[in-house]
Design a protein around this ligand. Structure first.
Ligand code: DC
Length: 205
């Protein structure tokens, strides 16, 4: 079964998706890491981003490997995040990465996290969750994680949210049949427990 977890940056997707995967014994797929890897390759080797996406072999696990090189830390910089938001608007990049994600998830049980998992990558997912939280709380969580000024994070985040929602191809939106969960003021354990229960119900376990 596939559990799709979509939502804006800072809604808690990564932490929640990892924990849900662990509790269910499913494999975790971080689709954002793929967009970030393509963005890094494009910054280093130039456009066209779709060409970079095609030639990149991305391995996701404890570390993120792009053509064998460990890019785990580098893809988390704000420079790469900004570039990722841009390459994610390119329909050819999306096509290539969606293809890679679908190939990975064709077998086994997955918790996949992103923006378009429930709408495009895995429309048949057994459970679709759309995670959200107030912009202020999302910015505070990110700032705490990165040890930087929350106001700066909020400014960057607002810009990226706008880009992700307004883009023509696969804009960020909840699937019609997604369970929407607002994580504002809730603990990770609480949210993980709720999704785990829903997933077990859907999987008939
Ligand atoms: O979740 P993240 O911050 O690692 O994602 C990086 C960028 O990639 C972000 O701007 C949204 C984009 N993205 C996307 O368009 N589709 C996905 N499935 C995952 C990420």
């Amino acid at each position: 079964m596939v559990v799709a977890i979509d939502g804006p940056a800072g809604a808690g997707k990564s932490t929640v998706a990892r924990a849900v995967a662990r509790s269910l014994g499913y494999t975790y797929l971080d689709s954002g890491a793929m967009y970030r890897s393509v963005a890094l390759a494009t910054l280093e080797h130039g456009e066209p981003a779709a060409e970079r996406a095609r030639e990149l072999d991305i391995e996701l696990g404890m570390r993120v490997l792009a053509n064998g090189r460990d890019v785990t830390e580098e893809i988390r910089t704000s420079r790469v995040a900004e570039a990722a938001s841009k390459v994610a608007t390119d329909p050819d990049v999306r096509k290539e990465l969606v293809r890679k994600q679908q190939a990975l998830m064709s077998k086994g049980d997955w918790v996949a996290e992103g923006r378009d998992i429930g709408t495009v990558v895995a429309p048949e997912a057994g459970l679709k969750v759309f995670l959200s939280a107030s912009p202020e709380e999302r910015a505070e969580r990110r700032a705490r994680e990165l040890g930087i000024d929350p106001h700066q994070v909020l400014r960057d985040q607002t810009l990226r949210d706008e880009q992700d929602r307004a883009r023509e191809h696969s804009p960020l939106r909840a699937a019609a049949d997604a369970v929407e969960i607002d994580t504002t003021g809730r603990t990770i354990e609480d949210v993980v427990g709720q999704i785990g229960t829903l997933a077990r119900e859907r999987a008939g376990k």
